[in-house]
Design a binder for this molecule. Structure first.
Ligand SMILES: [Zn+2]
Length: 72
């Protein structure tokens, strides 16, 4: 299970989360997944490529996501 290190687009705190291919709709890349920051509790949308690497992120909840992932 790949572990990803990134920052929250709301509060800029460091976040760590685990993601698997089952967590995204792999019919189209980059694929959205919802991320909830452990620090500010806000949700954002991260877009990942086929290797589950984060391509970019949006502050809002965008359509097309399958799963919400907690961070630590
Ligand atoms: Zn945050």
């Amino acid at each position: 299970m790949p572990v990803r290190f990134n920052t929250c687009p709301h509060c800029s705190n460091k976040i760590t989360f685990k993601i698997e291919i089952e967590d995204i709709d792999s019919s189209q890349y980059p694929a959205p997944v919802y991320i909830v920051c452990h620090s500010c509790k806000k949700l954002s949308t991260f877009y990942v490529d086929s290797l589950l690497r984060v391509s970019y992120k949006e502050l809002e909840k965008k359509i097309g996501g399958k799963k919400t992932i907690e961070t630590r």
